[in-house]
Design a protein around this ligand. Structure first.
Ligand SMILES: Cc1ncc(COP(=O)(O)O)c(C=O)c1O
Length: 394
């Protein structure tokens, strides 16, 4: 079995599993309890907070543990919106290809009187900082732009966007769920005010993540109750999960350069191999993308059928289409970069890590070529394209 869907989720690392079990076994006290048992759990929590903060050059007090990326995104955006409202500012800037955790939160705010500007994404999958600046107005209270896109892996000019926000006194949040553990992040150097992360994307456990919020940004509670997380996120902390997340993150950063280099080579070979398929195109810039992301459109096929046939060949991959929701709508990300519906339907995302062997890479290239050819063999769209009834786009 070849697992090429690491952007969906990752396998937990041995070290993270070990840490999770160890903490669950030995330190099951409630961190809010005053006796030693509880205090040891509290220490573990604070050690994890220091580790996480150190990695992104933040202060531990600026880290809030959450149930994952979605919660962190929701809390960041709602907090900045509430802060804006108090100052009479009700305009938010984001982009058309954000994750739904961001887009749906923004839609909710729009219903509550906020004005949202969703910036266009260029064909290369990148947002232009000057367009962010042009969209800022006196009422702007938040800019939220993802660090790296979850489908096409393109890496945004975060530092430049952050500098623009700082210049205009606007809070800058970035959803770094796909970027963290793959790229070096420094919230100070990159002018980031808020950042979301999720452990299951970097070989940590599911259902745990964190929000970085710069000192001075007052957070709005999404969950009311006890005084955990400095009173900003109620509920007994997931101590084993949080400890395992810190372990996974430290592990990722200890091997970052080596893993990224290794993965990048395999990514580039996959891109080279799949580009040989006629009427295909890579989605997003070829180099300003995550080390493990490959995303292609193949004209004349349906992404869902491609995935099922690849599954038969032992390859777990993903397509951009929202098939899980039962809808046949193509990916909003591919539409945002200008792919037309027919083309966007035939997409394939491979999100690999350093564990993929060179043999696996060659096997995947061969398998995708075979499956695309097979599917085109009985595709009515392909027939129309090859008989000249329809024009090729790619
Ligand atoms: C860019 C991005 N943001 C947010 C999320 C949501 O994270 P979680 O699954 O931890 O809620 C994901 C997960 O797919 C993601 O890729």
């Amino acid at each position: 079995m070849i697992y090429a869907d690491n952007a969906a989720t990752t396998k937990m690392s041995e070290a993270a599993i070990k840490r999770m079990i160890e903490v669950a076994n030995e330190n099951y006290g409630n961190p809010s309890s005053l006796y030693v048992f509880g205090q040891r759990a509290k220490e573990i929590l604070e050690e994890a907070r220091e580790d996480v903060a150190g990695i992104i050059n933040a202060n531990p007090k600026e880290i809030l543990f959450t149930s994952g990326g979605s919660e962190a995104d929701n809390q960041a955006i709602i907090s900045a919106a509430e802060l804006g409202k108090k100052k009479g500012k009700n305009h938010i800037i984001s982009s058309k290809f954000e994750h739904h955790a961001v887009l749906h939160t923004l839609q909710k705010l729009e219903k509550n009187g906020f004005e949202v500007t969703l910036l266009d994404v260029h064909e290369d999958g990148l947002i232009r900082p000057e367009e962010v600046e042009a969209a800022i107005k006196d009422e702007t209270c938040l800019v939220t732009i993802m660090y790296a896109n979850n489908e096409i892996g393109t890496i945004q000019p975060i530092k430049e966007i952050g500098a623009i926000c700082r210049k205009h006194g606007v809070v800058f949040h970035t959803d770094a769920v796909q970027a963290i553990a793959h790229l070096k992040i420094d919230v100070e150097d990159q002018n980031i005010d808020m950042l979301s992360a999720s452990a299951h994307k970097f070989h940590g456990p599911k259902g745990v993540g964190f929000l970085y919020a710069r000192k001075g940004i007052l957070l709005t509670n999404l969950i009311e109750g006890g005084a955990q997380e400095r009173g900003k996120r109620a509920g007994t902390e997931n101590v084993p999960g949080i400890a395992a997340m810190a372990t996974a993150l430290k592990e990722a950063y200890a091997n970052l350069d080596e893993n990224a280099e290794n993965t990048r080579k395999k990514r580039d070979r996959l891109i080279e191999g799949l580009s040989e398929i006629e009427h295909s195109a890579l989605n997003g810039d070829a180099t300003k993308r995550l080390p493990g992301n490959v995303n292609f459109c193949f004209e004349g096929i349906e992404g869902e059928s491609l995935l099922l046939l690849l599954d038969d060949k032992g390859i777990a991959a993903s397509s951009g289409s929202a098939c899980t929701s039962g809808s046949l709508d193509p990916s909003h990300v591919l539409l945002a970069i200008g792919r037309v519906h027919d083309v966007a339907h035939g997409s394939l995302r491979l999100s690999i890590d350093e564990k993929l062997t060179d043999e696996d890479v060659e096997y995947v290239i061969t398998a995708v070529k075979e499956v695309v050819e097979y599917l085109r063999g009985f595709s009515p769209i392909w027939r129309d394209l090859t008989t000249g009834k329809k024009q090729f786009i790619l």
